[in-house]
Design a protein around this ligand. Structure first.
Ligand code: CP
Length: 322
């Protein structure tokens, strides 16, 4: 595999290799000197056509910790605002000698176009394309879940997968590349996923996905899931489509929000996840975001480990990823 475009692409064996490599990277990050010489002389371009905090900064941190040179490109302030196309931007980057491109774009399929458009011949890593995929988010979620389920103690893991775990993913499924990627990734790793949300925020054809679907959050919680992943309500995509997906913020929070009561109904060992950025008071209350069961900060930390692993596997070995 030369590129990382979709969470559906890697096999279980490949995912486990990525997660094991991320664990090795994590052990290096607790050292006083965090930098490894692995990608010295390589140049990674971060191409962000859409806003990002976690993904952009963690890809940059990951590349720098591996000693790569990093060029950060954001659409705002570049010639894209003058109408330059993705093709011409790609050709420019190729001419500058980039060794890999990390791309976030508001259009589903943009990373695939960049990888297979014939414009550049370097690894492409999808950092989120429209409502389609966000593979490194699902990898960092898998790493977080695996650590939790397998008991992470002093850097030692007890087992390999997360088979049989039940993960409930709640909220704006329609606009969520995180939900799509996690359904793929968690299925590959043998976990059971239930998607929960209002009918207006469920994609057409969701019944055919490798997961269960529910419109009742309380019923899903009554099954005592091992993890509850809350999704951001993507107001910007809803406004662009004219809005009207739910009656009010209060109504959404009451029916689909992780409230204090719902948090207290979860079993003690269950964890609370959120990919960020969070709308506190909408999909998640502050108590749930900050509670002892919340692994939201751990997810961000694992983002660096996982992105170091995929950059290493894509750029440091001749055959590409694995
Ligand atoms: N989870 C995630 O993709 O966050 P950012 O949009 O901040 O990168």
């Amino acid at each position: 595999m030369k590129h990382l475009l979709s969470a559906a692409d890697p096999s279980r064996e490949e995912v486990i290799t990525i997660l094991d490599t991320a664990e090795s990277m994590a052990t290096t990050q607790s050292r006083q000197v965090k930098k490894l010489p692995t990608l010295r002389g390589k140049t990674v371009v971060n191409l962000f056509f859409e806003d990002s905090t976690r993904t952009r900064i963690s890809f940059e941190t990951a590349a720098k910790r591996l000693s790569a040179d990093v060029i950060n490109f954001t659409a705002k302030g570049s010639s894209v605002s003058k109408g330059e196309s993705l093709k011409d931007t790609a050709l420019t980057l190729g001419a500058m000698g980039a060794d890999a491109v990390v791309i976030r774009h508001s259009s589903s399929g943009a990373s695939h176009r960049l990888a297979y458009g014939g414009w550049i011949d370097i690894p492409v890593l999808n950092a989120g394309d429209g409502t389609h995929q966000h593979p490194t988010q699902s990898l960092l979620d898998a790493m977080t879940l695996r650590r939790h389920f397998l008991g992470h103690k002093g850097g030692e893991l007890f087992g390999k997968g997360i088979d049989g775990a039940h993960v409930v993913i709640v909220g704006d499924i329609l606009h969520s590349r995180v939900a799509r990627s996690n359904v793929n990734m968690l299925h590959t790793l043998g976990a059971h996923v239930t998607l929960v949300g209002p009918p207006t925020l469920m994609p057409v054809g969701v019944e055919g996905w490798t997961c269960d679907v529910s419109y009742d959050f309380d019923k899903a919680l009554a099954t005592e899931p091992d993890a509850v992943m809350m999704l951001r309500v993507q107001n910007e995509r809803m406004s662009a489509a004219g809005g009207g997906y739910f009656p009010s913020v209060g109504e959404y929070h009451r029916v689909y929000g992780l409230t204090k009561d719902r948090l207290y109904s979860m079993k003690d060992s269950a964890i609370v996840m959120h990919p960020g950025p969070m709308n506190r008071g909408l999909e998640i209350c502050a108590e749930a975001a900050d509670c002892a069961q919340s692994v939201i900060v751990e997810q961000v930390e694992n983002g660096v480990n996982v992105r170091m692993a995929v950059l290493y596997l894509l750029l440091a070995s001749e055959g590409g990823l694995l």
